[in-house]
Design a protein around this ligand. Sequence first.
Ligand code: OOG
Ligand code: MG
Length: 256
Amino acid sequence: MTLNSNEIAALAARLDDAQTGVHDTLSLADDNAVDIDDAYRIQEALVARRLGRGERIVGVKLGFTSKAKMAQMGVSDVIVGRLTDAMQVEDGADVDLHRLIHPKIEPEVAYRIACDVDLDDPDADIVACVDAVAPAMEIIDSRYRDFRFTYTDVVADNTSAAAYVIGPWAGLRDVADLEVRMTVGETTVTGSTAAIFDDPVNALHALLDMCRRRRIPLGAGDVVLAGAATAAAPLTAGAARCEIAGLGAVTVKGIA
Ligand code: OOG
Ligand code: MG
């Protein structure tokens, strides 16, 4: 750790102001020496500001669980961020693009946790604690100029989390290699759920490991976004739809 608590609070405020004011900011690394522990402390302080405005934690998200995302963003290690109720968009609902800086959307698999996970129990079985799986999309909106950031930058920025939408839940089942198709305006991206750590269930094991290391609680009712299966696409006005073969579809509508 290299930053004191005032510096942590100031950097969290800078990122929070960028989000609420809908403007970008420069890489924190340009004028600060931020290590990975500092980055998670900034993320915690950033999320605490949202909770102070009455938001509630509803889950967690993983980032960079697929090679496509690592290659797109030039980052190659898993990251974890927090989801709040204010980020949730109902299936089929509108997303106001004016409240976002330069949003992108990506196809994801969501899991639902049905019991509290004891992070201190070395035998904790996270998969046994999951009761449902669903097709999902995440809207990411890096607060950094041109979506360019370092590894510590993106962790501090709550892993670019902005919004997410979840389709119909199904009972937990094998989703190891299902075709993924996302259409946003003229753009269609295709891939497979296998892009997520060979099988999205492996993201749950990575999540447990990250939550233990970062002391992030995993409780009954929490939603987990396992990470994008393909590179992200710019979110434009109109419908965005993701279909995962055998699991179902989910949509949102960008409003300019
Ligand atoms: C960081 C978020 C990565 C994913 O699913 O891999 C992520 C970013 O790409 O801005 O959410
Ligand atoms: Mg994502």
